[in-house]
Write a protein that binds this ligand. Structure first.
Ligand code: ADP
Ligand code: MG
Length: 527
């Protein structure tokens, strides 16, 4: 006789408690990295996406008594969190202000809670949050834990004080079990790469060993803040359509289509409706289940809608990419391109590619690949990312005169309201053909400009070398001239001729002659 199965459902908090690996908290090292990452991404979302130049301070301290306990503090000067939302923002899994169609770093309404939850189950201390919104008269402080079974915040302490300096922003402090020595390299790399794509930010990091990294703001422009977009008809599914219908104020199908979607005006809505034989005046709330299914299919199929808009996206821009690469990698050459928007499942997407070559970059056997999605550095699962396929398989570098080992870095940034990540960990991007094509075109563009640069440099060096060879013969020529110029009582001075020619050469080829300061050096360098 079999015993009856017991059925019950679990709360989202319990689900993530049981499955923390899928959110990136698999082991102490990875969890420390992921915690820093989630808090920093929230800090950036609260600043640059709202037109604020970010000032971000990150610190990780090791507990005096327990070596496995680390306190992470991340402080920003962002928009802050309205007081009444603080507990849910940090204590209710799947609570977010980012469930709208807008390009943000956060996405799942999960990050901050995972950090709190992970801290709670490994160390048992509550998370501390201090926050003030813009113009708030008060600064609020909360200590929060999560009721895992009920998926709701437990507020252990709430206090406030006067905001005398007009500060706004958020500070989050969480104690988690970690492993700094194993996570160190990844965390430092994460912060460095964040600095590359946000040269408009001040970022300060203090490690448990007291090591301090400062990335100072070097750009005074911000990328355009992302804006919320209406869904495009090609990007909706049945659930989304139902949700939209339940919220809309439109009384008729035709109004619903032209008001709630992008890419659909009144005229297109009419044409769509007559093509598929819907009733233009039916209240969308009265559509039957069959009608809804038919509508979703038709919306996906109809090819005359305008393309999804991309003006609500927030690409970094080629200028900032070049500034970032120059500042952090100190190469001798950079270039970058922002490609035109493309469409993926009804969402627009923009690909940006940057290149940095030479200078302080170390020659490697393959290009150093810097991947970003919505400005987040992606450090894990590199080999399964579409960008890796492009730089390692699709591109024949010898065509661009690059022979490995070569000092070359390629930056790939994909931004959009929907990124085709391969997993919940958001670490690699799938091989979607339109994306692969965009990345490849972008890489080819910057590789071509590197090729031109290298060709020009080589040509200049050759010319300089030729000039130098000529200079070497000057004394001889001068002597010969003197001999020939017997008729002339004044002999030609070799030194005079030499330095005249040297000045000429130096003016034209100054850069390639850095180590040469006199005609003698020229001759010596050739001997
Ligand atoms: P997500 O970032 O995916 O929305 P999180 O759990 O990381 O989910 O954060 C939940 C919400 O808390 C965010 O949507 C945001 O509204 C708020 N929040 C978290 N951190 C900050 C911060 N540093 N500044 C302002 N708001 C924040
Ligand atoms: Mg987040």
């Amino acid at each position: 006789m079999s015993v009856a199965e017991k059925f019950r459902s679990i709360s989202p908090a319990e689900f993530f408690y049981r499955n923390k690996e899928i959110a990136g908290f698999a082991n102490p090292a990875r969890a420390l990295y992921q915690s820093v990452r989630e808090l920093v991404e929230n800090a950036l979302d609260a600043t640059d996406a709202h037109g604020i130049f970010p000032d971000i301070a990150i610190s990780i301290e090791r507990d005096q008594n327990k070596a496995y306990v680390y306190r992470i503090t991340v402080k920003d000067n962002g928009i802050g969190i309205p007081e009444n939302y603080i507990p849910d923002a940090f204590g209710r899994v799947l609570f977010s202000s980012k469930y709208v169609l807008r390009q943000t770093r956060g996405l799942f309404g999960l990050g901050a809670k995972m950090v709190v939850l992970y801290g709670q189950i490994t160390v048992g201390e509550p998370a501390e949050i201090v926050s003030a919104t813009i113009n708030s008269k008060k600064i609020y402080k909360y200590k929060i834990m999560i009721d895992i079974k009920e998926n709701k915040p437990i507020v252990l302490e709430r206090s406030w004080w006067q905001n005398k300096t007009g500060w706004h922003g958020t500070m989050v402090k969480v104690a988690v079990e970690g492993d700094w020595s194993k996570a160190r390299q990844k965390i430092l790399e994460y912060i460095k790469r964040t600095a590359i794509v946000s040269p408009y930010a001040n970022i300060v990091f203090r490690s448990p060993d007291g090591e301090i990294k400062i990335y100072q703001r070097v750009a005074n422009i911000l990328p355009p803040p992302p804006r919320e977009a209406k869904p495009h008809p090609h990007g909706v599914d049945l659930e989304m359509l139902k949700a939209m219908i339940s919220e809309t104020k439109a009384q008729t199908l035709i109004e619903f289509l032209s008001d709630e979607f992008q890419g659909v005006g009144r005229v297109l809505a009419e044409r769509f409706i007559s093509t598929y034989g819907f009733d233009p005046n039916i209240n969308p709330k009265n559509l039957s289940k069959d009608d809804l299914e038919k509508l979703v299919r038709a919306l996906k199929e109809f090819s005359e809608f305008r393309k999804p808009r991309a003006d609500h996206l927030s690409p970094i821009g080629s200028e900032l990419i070049k500034i970032g690469l120059n500042t952090i990698l100190k190469p001798e050459f950079t270039d970058a391109i922002t490609r035109k928007p493309v469409v993926y499942e009804g969402h627009s997407m923009v690909v940006e590619v940057g290149i940095a070559y030479g200078g302080a970059i170390e020659p490697l056997e393959e290009p150093m690949l810097l991947r970003f999605a919505n400005k987040i550095p992606l450090l894990y699962d590199e080999k399964s990312d579409v960008a890796w396929k492009v730089v390692s398989e699709n591109i024949d570098w010898s065509y661009y005169d690059i022979v490995f080992p070569a000092p070359i870095a390629i930056l790939v940034h994909v931004c959009g309201t929907k990124i085709p990540y391969k997993g919940v960990g958001k670490e690699s991007i799938a091989e979607v053909p339109v994306l692969e094509h965009e990345i490849e075109e972008g890489v080819r563009h910057v590789a071509r400009s590197l090729k031109l640069y290298l060709a020009k440099k080589q040509k200049e060096e050759e010319m300089a070398r030729k000039a130098i060879t000529l200079i070497k013969y000057i004394p001889e020529i001068a002597r010969a001239l003197t001999v020939f110029a017997k008729a002339n009582p004044e002999p030609i001075q070799a030194e005079v001729l030499e330095s005249k020619l040297f000045d000429l050469v130096k003016n034209r080829f100054g850069d390639s002659l850095k180590n040469i300061s006199s005609p003698r050096d020229v001759v010596l360098s050739l001997e």
